[in-house]
Design a protein around this ligand. Structure first.
Ligand SMILES: [Zn+2]
Length: 114
Protein backbone atom coordinates (compact mmCIF):
# COMPACT_ATOMS: atom_id res chain seq x y z
CA UNK A 1 0.00 0.00 0.00
CA UNK A 2 1.45 3.33 -1.03
CA UNK A 3 1.85 6.30 1.28
CA UNK A 4 -0.75 8.14 -0.78
CA UNK A 5 -3.27 5.36 -0.36
CA UNK A 6 -2.69 5.35 3.39
CA UNK A 7 -3.27 9.10 3.51
CA UNK A 8 -6.46 8.70 1.55
CA UNK A 9 -7.58 5.93 3.87
CA UNK A 10 -6.86 8.09 6.90
CA UNK A 11 -8.79 10.96 5.36
CA UNK A 12 -11.67 8.66 4.60
CA UNK A 13 -11.65 7.45 8.19
CA UNK A 14 -11.71 11.03 9.43
CA UNK A 15 -14.57 11.86 7.14
CA UNK A 16 -16.32 8.76 8.36
CA UNK A 17 -15.85 9.83 11.99
CA UNK A 18 -17.14 13.29 11.20
CA UNK A 19 -20.11 11.81 9.42
CA UNK A 20 -20.79 9.63 12.44
CA UNK A 21 -20.78 12.69 14.69
CA UNK A 22 -23.05 14.57 12.30
CA UNK A 23 -25.38 11.60 12.03
CA UNK A 24 -25.44 11.19 15.81
CA UNK A 25 -26.26 14.87 16.22
CA UNK A 26 -28.79 14.69 13.44
CA UNK A 27 -31.43 12.57 15.21
CA UNK A 28 -32.11 15.52 17.52
CA UNK A 29 -33.24 17.68 14.64
CA UNK A 30 -34.80 14.69 12.92
CA UNK A 31 -36.76 13.65 16.00
CA UNK A 32 -37.89 17.25 16.37
CA UNK A 33 -39.25 17.10 12.84
CA UNK A 34 -41.88 14.49 13.68
CA UNK A 35 -42.88 16.67 16.64
CA UNK A 36 -43.39 19.56 14.24
CA UNK A 37 -45.35 17.37 11.88
CA UNK A 38 -47.17 15.95 14.88
CA UNK A 39 -48.68 19.40 15.38
CA UNK A 40 -51.21 18.82 12.61
CA UNK A 41 -51.82 15.38 14.14
CA UNK A 42 -54.98 16.70 15.80
CA UNK A 43 -56.04 16.83 12.17
CA UNK A 44 -55.57 13.09 12.39
CA UNK A 45 -58.96 13.27 14.04
CA UNK A 46 -60.11 13.64 10.43
CA UNK A 47 -59.34 9.92 10.33
CA UNK A 48 -62.52 9.38 12.30
CA UNK A 49 -64.89 10.70 9.61
CA UNK A 50 -63.16 8.50 7.06
CA UNK A 51 -63.63 5.59 9.44
CA UNK A 52 -67.31 6.45 9.52
CA UNK A 53 -67.31 6.49 5.73
CA UNK A 54 -65.66 3.08 5.81
CA UNK A 55 -68.39 1.83 8.09
CA UNK A 56 -71.06 3.30 5.85
CA UNK A 57 -69.49 1.66 2.82
CA UNK A 58 -69.37 -1.59 4.72
CA UNK A 59 -73.03 -1.26 5.56
CA UNK A 60 -73.78 -0.46 1.93
CA UNK A 61 -71.95 -3.61 0.93
CA UNK A 62 -73.95 -5.56 3.51
CA UNK A 63 -77.11 -4.25 1.89
CA UNK A 64 -75.91 -5.24 -1.54
CA UNK A 65 -75.09 -8.74 -0.46
CA UNK A 66 -77.14 -9.57 2.59
CA UNK A 67 -76.26 -12.88 4.21
CA UNK A 68 -79.91 -13.87 4.42
CA UNK A 69 -81.57 -14.11 1.03
CA UNK A 70 -84.92 -12.95 2.38
CA UNK A 71 -83.41 -9.67 3.52
CA UNK A 72 -82.40 -8.56 0.05
CA UNK A 73 -83.35 -4.95 -0.48
CA UNK A 74 -84.19 -3.37 -3.82
CA UNK A 75 -81.63 -0.65 -4.56
CA UNK A 76 -84.30 1.26 -6.45
CA UNK A 77 -87.31 1.37 -4.15
CA UNK A 78 -86.14 -0.41 -1.02
CA UNK A 79 -88.66 -3.17 -1.50
CA UNK A 80 -87.91 -6.58 -0.04
CA UNK A 81 -90.15 -8.81 -2.15
CA UNK A 82 -88.50 -10.37 -5.16
CA UNK A 83 -89.18 -12.91 -7.81
CA UNK A 84 -86.14 -15.00 -8.69
CA UNK A 85 -85.30 -16.05 -12.20
CA UNK A 86 -82.49 -18.14 -13.53
CA UNK A 87 -80.23 -16.07 -15.71
CA UNK A 88 -79.68 -18.51 -18.57
CA UNK A 89 -77.05 -16.28 -20.04
CA UNK A 90 -74.92 -16.66 -16.95
CA UNK A 91 -73.86 -20.21 -16.14
CA UNK A 92 -72.27 -20.38 -12.72
CA UNK A 93 -70.99 -23.89 -13.22
CA UNK A 94 -71.75 -27.08 -15.06
CA UNK A 95 -71.72 -30.59 -13.60
CA UNK A 96 -72.57 -33.76 -15.55
CA UNK A 97 -74.64 -31.85 -18.05
CA UNK A 98 -76.54 -30.03 -15.31
CA UNK A 99 -76.08 -26.32 -15.59
CA UNK A 100 -76.35 -24.11 -12.58
CA UNK A 101 -77.45 -20.67 -13.62
CA UNK A 102 -76.93 -17.41 -11.86
CA UNK A 103 -80.04 -16.07 -10.23
CA UNK A 104 -81.69 -12.83 -11.10
CA UNK A 105 -83.84 -10.94 -8.71
CA UNK A 106 -86.81 -8.96 -9.94
CA UNK A 107 -88.30 -6.49 -7.52
CA UNK A 108 -92.02 -7.19 -7.20
CA UNK A 109 -92.65 -3.55 -6.41
CA UNK A 110 -90.83 -1.70 -9.18
CA UNK A 111 -89.60 -4.46 -11.46
CA UNK A 112 -85.95 -3.58 -10.94
CA UNK A 113 -83.75 -6.51 -12.02
CA UNK A 114 -80.34 -7.30 -10.65
ZN1 LIG B 1 -87.89 -2.04 -6.31
Amino acid sequence: MSEFEQKVLKLLEEINNKLDKVLKAEPISVSSAPVASAAPSPAASTVKPSAIVDKQEEEARMEEKPPVEGRRVCPECGGTAFATHEDKGQVLHQMGGVKIYAKKYVCKQCGYTF
